[in-house]
Write a protein that binds this ligand. Sequence first.
Ligand code: ATP
Ligand code: MG
Length: 259
Amino acid sequence: MQPLLRVERLYKTFRKSKEQVYALKEISLQIARGECLGVVGESGSGKSTLGKVILALERPDSGEVWLDDVPLLQLKGAALREQRQHVQVVFQDPNASLNSKMPIWRSIMEPLDNFPDVMPPFLSGKRTDRIGLAAQLLELVGLPLDHLARYPHELSGGQRQRVAIARGISLNPKLLVCDEPTSSLDVSVQAQILQLLKSLKQTLGMSYLFISHDIASVQYMSDRMIVMKDGEMIDEFASSELTHQDRHIYTKLLVEAAS
Ligand SMILES: Nc1ncnc2c1ncn2[C@@H]1O[C@H](COP(=O)(O)OP(=O)(O)OP(=O)(O)O)[C@@H](O)[C@H]1O
Ligand SMILES: [Mg+2]
């Protein structure tokens, strides 16, 4: 079967003082339907840039991204807007995606409000019943209903990240990009959020690009992993084979540093 996402020969450079840095250097990869691809690598290795290019938030210098055979980087205007529903994101900092002046239910409904014709198959009821739909999304991410009318500052960091996840899944995306989704959270809460993301992947059948510098969470979440260093993909393997002796020396160093 053909992959859900194909990334071909992505290059992206940034100018840093007088030097040119490669954020992405000849990155090619694929994600199958229902698969979670994990991305690890040290700070500055290009992980977030890769995510942003796939989300069409950043333009590469060259290369192409295909989602179900649609060349994302060729799209403009209405066609690009239409495609955005299919690739959604959960960032590290939930505060960045939540409006402090909006009650939670409105933040949750914002993506669906932007796509009035979308009705995810896992929601029921009337499309116009916005509070009813927000309530179902809240339940899917394990928050009690009385949180609907609360404001972001009345929630804990973990609860806010659950709200950001509710937004992320609300349009029934084909791919959810998670960029360090637990890095801003207390250690005790991190595992709960990972569990939630993992169970949502199963129940909703989404594919994930899961980015983290925390190699253990990536191994827990993903089916396959890639390792990035200075913009290059230097290793690629099934997550179960992370500690296999054939791993790249740099991957071994990352594993060693984490244990
Ligand atoms: N908007 C930008 N302007 C200039 N340089 C940038 C920009 N975004 C990223 N870079 C540079 O590109 C490289 C890759 O950055 P990126 O944010 O993708 O790394 P990362 O792996 O996500 O790092 P981290 O783990 O710290 O989040 C770095 O050298 C970074 O400084
Ligand atoms: Mg990053």
